[in-house]
Write a protein that binds this ligand. Sequence first.
Ligand code: AMP
Ligand code: MG
Length: 327
Amino acid sequence: MVNELLAAETAVREAMALCRAVQADIDTGVLEKNDRSPVTIADFGSQALVCRSLAADFPGDPVVGEEDARTLRQPDQAEFLHRITRQLTARGVDADPETICDWIDKGAADPCDRFWTLDPIDGTKGFLRGDQYAVALALVVDGQVEVAVLGCPGLGSVVDGGLVFSAIRGSGARVAPASDPADSRPVVASDCSDVTRARLCESVESAHSSHDRSKTIAQALGLEVDSLRLDSQAKYATVADSGAEIYLKLPVDADYVEKIWDHAAGSLVVSESGGTVSDTLGKPLDFSRGRTLSENTGVVVSNGLLHEQVLAAVMASEPTRDSDDGH
Ligand code: AMP
Ligand code: MG
């Protein structure tokens, strides 16, 4: 799996560079107008770059990504597609709009025995706010995540372009600055065994994870510090790299089913760092069910040592009813 990891790292680094360039250009006026075009451009551009790169290295491997190019191919989207094309050209990728749509659509495959799953920009709200987001890529073979690369442009040093976490199942996790792949070190989860000293991270968006329920759980566990709110799979990276001991994703909307690309890369990085990942009922995440984690409910992540204690508190807490978490 070493070749797969190297290919995935190269692809994610390219996509991160494009995302950083687009994010740096966002002016706050755009945000006030509620214009989501920067995130959409970076989203499609990132998926195009990753799919192009994987197709060159592993032409037979399907990619299950979050996006497809159907709407982009509509005549009224020509100007928008042109903006994506310009971003790729600026990164030295010479391609016409049609080819770019074809790359994006390579990422619209269905899950099978061996496939890649991609979130081209995880944490779009964080991206727009100038906070955390991630480019998340994982290889799933026979329902198991075997290789993971999680690019986090907002973690570590901005000058270095952020951090790239990577893992091969059974071989541990490593992290390197985006600018210097050779400067890598092992990623090891925290050795904290006193739950009251644990740090908990969760979504910024209360629509994505119940803040009320996590507060109840934090109180039950006697946590001494306030929760750390971060967008995207940067939360998995933070637990893997000893920046926190607990990450909870607690369902708000009973009908919402988690997507595989929101968890595949992050969960392997955590488990290879010595941490533990389960759902809120203690079941392992099941990546063999297609595009969603239809057999799971929410996510509980810990440094491993605290998992049983955290899970017991999660299971003892009341699931949030839709109306509880006003947003
Ligand atoms: P976060 O960055 O933790 O806020 O999580 C972002 C992810 O939450 C996105 O990638 C979405 O796929 C996912 N998401 C979107 N809607 C919901 C929802 N209603 N409940 C839980 N997760 C959601
Ligand atoms: Mg996502």
